[in-house]
Design a protein around this ligand. Structure first.
Ligand SMILES: N[C@@H](CCC(=O)N[C@@H](CS)C(=O)NCC(=O)O)C(=O)O
Length: 263
């Protein structure tokens, strides 16, 4: 596995300079205070949530690819920080009390980074509840349902009309909820926040995944606003070369990703 590290530039986040690639899952040996955050990552909408947040906050990070097509997510050193065998996960060497902390689940990571930096996550309870609702809405609706919709549309060995229709309807319902929410506001929950950051990666792929957003003009407008942000552009473009070569028809890849049971 490779490792990429990014350091913040003095004035503003300068994209690539903040990031470094690692060659292994082992953390670099350096004083924890100045050590970049380790980001365990694969270029998917869940991974982009965290690259976008790190870019928005100008936090230096080391990107450690987790090749989920080859089973890196089941390696013991990864399971030790992410027991659900899913990326993203982070290790912040300068965690609470100056000691390292590991975090899995993208929503929990976004909240942690928001609390740590004081950015994109209000401090007052009312504002925070507002953001949490839409963050949890993403975690429980937009993300998982889009994942299942894509699975049955693109990866299932047989075309199952019931499953395809069920999840396509859900996607339509979900973008409808988002469209209504965005009717009279620029962002999902007050100012631009981790709730928007959680959603943008999924929404940015909606049309490519076959969902027509033309009936959801407020979602489209919101998406354009977010995609114009330099940090969002950088976060969405953190690439891993190996990901370009994954063949979802390869039986070995399918066995790793689509045949998981308790171990
Ligand atoms: N709820 C988790 C979902 C993460 C997730 O589903 N990650 C996928 C890639 S998008 C993964 O790591 N898959 C590996 C696998 O299926 O074994 C989060 O938001 O962090």
């Amino acid at each position: 596995m490779a490792r990429i590290t990014k350091k913040p530039s003095p004035k503003k986040a300068s994209g690539r300079k903040n990031r470094r690639v690692s060659k292994s899952l082992e953390p670099a040996r350096r004083a924890s205070k100045n050590k970049p955050i380790d980001l365990y990552y694969w270029p998917t909408p869940n991974g982009w949530k965290i690259t976008i947040m790190l870019e928005e906050c100008s936090l230096p990070y080391t990107m450690i690819p987790v090749d989920i097509s080859k089973g890196d997510q089941f390696k013991p050193q990864f399971l030790a920080i992410s027991p659900n065998n899913r990326m993203p996960a982070i290790v912040d060497h300068d965690g609470p009390d100056g000691r390292p902390i590991s975090i899995f689940e993208s929503g929990a990571i976004l909240q942690y980074l928001g609390r740590k930096t004081g950015k994109f996550y209000p401090r007052d309870d009312r504002g925070r509840v507002e953001v949490d609702q839409w963050l949890f809405w993403q975690m429980a609706n937009l993300g998982p349902k889009a994942g299942e919709a894509n699975h049955f549309r693109h990866y299932a060995p047989e075309k199952l009309p019931y499953a395809i229709e069920r999840f396509s309807n859900e996607m339509n319902r979900i973008y409808g909820v988002m469209n209504t929410r965005l009717k009279d506001r620029e962002f999902l929950a007050g100012n631009y926040s981790i709730a928007d950051i959680a959603c943008v990666g999924w929404a940015s792929r909606a049309e490519r995944h076959g969902y027509d957003l033309s009936g959801f003009p407020n979602v489209r407008r919101w998406l354009q606003t977010l995609q114009a942000r330099p940090a969002v552009k950088r976060g969405l473009s953190v690439k891993v070369e190996a990901a370009f070569h994954v063949d979802m028809k390869d039986p070995n890849v399918r066995a790793v990703l689509f045949n998981q049971k308790a171990r």
